[in-house]
Design a protein around this ligand. Structure first.
Ligand SMILES: [Ca+2]
Length: 159
C-alpha cells in the first residue's frame, strides 16, 4: 500500500514550539478524511523533530532506496536546527525505510549539518541522479546558496 508523508514543521513537541513533526499515513483510493491522532488506523507513525524551533519537516524529498533494502528512504529538512557548534544552521536527516518507527528513526538517521549560523540549511530539497540539492537561502547574510551533495556521504560535490 502506498503511504503518504505529511509534514507539520510548526508542531509543538513536549511543549517546545516549532519543533516539527512528520506523519506517515496510509494511502488509499477514493475520498476520505485522514485522522492523524495516535490511535488512528490511518497513522503508521509520527516522527518528531529533535528540538525547539528546529522546524523539522519544513522540506521533504524522496531519495529512492539508498541502502538497497527495497524500502524507500527519504530526506527531511529542519532548517532552523542548531548543530553542535552552530546556531540555527539547519540540518537534513536521511531517514531509512527500515527504521521507520517513532522511537528509533532519528537515532538511526544520517544527518547532514549546515555550515554557518542562521543559514537555513535544508529549507528546500531536491534529488537527481543520486545527488541531493540542499537550499540554504540565508547563507552569507541572506545571499543564499545551494549545496549539491552526495546522498550517501553528505559531501559537497563540486563540478
Ligand atoms: Ca532503503
Amino acid at each position: 500500500m502506498t503511504e503518504i508523508i505529511i509534514s507539520a514543521p510548526n508542531a509543538v513537541v513536549n511543549g517546545n514550539r516549532d519543533t516539527g513533526s512528520i506523519y506517515i499515513v496510509k494511502g488509499g483510493i477514493g475520498n476520505r478524511t485522514i485522522n492523524v491522532d495516535s490511535s488512528s488506523f490511518d497513522l503508521v507513525v509520527r516522527i518528531d523533530g529533535e528540538s525547539l524551533f528546529s522546524r523539522f519537516g519544513f522540506s521533504i524529498a524522496c531519495v529512492g532506496d539508498i541502502d538497497c533494502d527495497q524500502k524507500p528512504d527519504f530526506a527531511v529538512g529542519a532548517p532552523l536546527a542548531d548543530t553542535g557548534t552552530l546556531t540555527l544552521a539547519g540540518k537534513v536527516y536521511i531517514l531509512y525505510g527500515r527504521d521507520i518507527n517513532s522511537s528509533s528513526t532519528l537515532v538511526n538517521s544520517t544527518i547532514f549539518e549546515g555550515y554557518e549560523n542562521s543559514q537555513g540549511y535544508g529549507t528546500s530539497l531536491a534529488v537527481k541522479n543520486g545527488r541531493l540539492l540542499i537550499g540554504a537561502p540565508r547563507t552569507n547574510k541572506d545571499t543564499g546558496r545551494t549545496y549539491l551533495v552526495d546522498l550517501y556521504t553528505g559531501q559537497i560535490i563540486t563540478e
